[in-house]
Design a protein around this ligand. Structure first.
Ligand SMILES: NC(=O)c1ccc[n+]([C@@H]2O[C@H](COP(=O)([O-])OP(=O)(O)OC[C@H]3O[C@@H](n4cnc5c(N)ncnc54)[C@H](OP(=O)(O)O)[C@@H]3O)[C@@H](O)[C@H]2O)c1
Length: 244
């Protein structure tokens, strides 16, 4: 018996890092999993590895129609929706002065609007199943740093939106869970366009022992496997040697 037998889960950003690890952890507990991301080669390979109770759904979360369609595809495939993990995200670090503002738009469209579209599309189904909505934010949603202003702003928005939604739906049995990781060893930093910021992140990572994606997957699993009267609202989880 798995902890998530019969549960249906939709994970965004399931093609790498925390999303992939979470999808694997959920499948190992018996969940039926919809893997969503833009890189279909990656999610198709993961779906093949996980077998029958898994589907791969091409999804760009910046497109509201695609968010709606991903939810519909999941419910059509499995008949219900119990858990959504809003994990898709970008961290395009860099100073504000002289920034390429296209980086800001990409982060706001993905980290904020994408998560909002997905929450909106999934909500009717989660209300039906008294399900859980897991919002992957960051320590950056709680602690602002020089060189991280736009990313901080995007994750601050995730925290505010999620707390407001929690108050709106918790009495109706939907649990909104905010996950706030510190440094995790994933591909996230590879997409940074500002060379100095990319190098700064690399040096910072060298000063600590970053967490692994699986460390976060275990935290997500803990949050969504509590008894119905227990709502894990927020998990802030850092490497032991990360000071800020
Ligand atoms: N790594 C860390 O240190 C850390 C710390 C705190 C919080 N987080 C958060 O954790 C989440 C996952 O990041 P990660 O560290 O696992 O990095 P990652 O390996 O780069 O994963 C990011 C995922 O987001 C997906 N994604 C990006 N843009 C997308 C879009 N427009 N539509 C759909 N999917 C999109 C990517 O898939 P495709 O490219 O295939 O679409 C990928 O699967 C992010 O929200 C990040 O902010 C990470």
């Amino acid at each position: 018996m798995g902890l998530l037998d019969d549960k249906v889960v939709l994970v965004t950003g399931a093609s790498s890092g925390i999303g992939e690890a979470t999808a694997l952890a959920f499948a190992a507990e018996g969940a039926r999993v919809a893997l969503a991301a833009r890189r279909t080669d990656r999610i198709n390979a993961l779906a093949d590895k996980l077998g029958g109770d898994t589907i791969a759904v091409e999804l760009d979360v910046t497109d509201e129609t695609q968010c709606h369609n991903a939810v519909v595809a999941t419910v059509e495939a499995f008949g219900r929706l119990d858990i959504v993990v809003n994990n898709a995200g970008l961290m395009l670090l860099g100073k504000i002065e002289g920034a390429d503002t296209e980086d800001w738009r990409r982060m706001i469209n993905t980290n904020v609007l994408g998560l909002m579209y997905m929450s909106h599309a999934a909500l009717p189904h989660l209300l039906e199943t008294k399900g859980s909505l897991v919002q992957v934010s960051s320590v950056a949603g709680r602690v602002a740093r020089l060189g991280s202003g736009a990313y901080n702003a995007s994750k601050w928005a995730v925290n505010a939106f999620s707390e407001s939604l929690r108050q709106e739906v918790t009495a109706r049995g939907v649990r909104v869970v905010l996950i706030e990781p510190g440094m995790v060893a994933t591909e996230l930093g590879d997409h940074i366009t500002d060379a100095a910021a990319k190098e700064g992140l690399r040096k910072r990572a060298e000063q600590m022992t970053p967490m692994q994606a699986d460390d976060i997957a275990r935290a997500v699993l803990y949050a969504v496997t509590q008894p119905p009267h227990v709502a894990v609202n927020e998990i802030l989880i850092r490497p032991t040697d990360q000071e800020q």
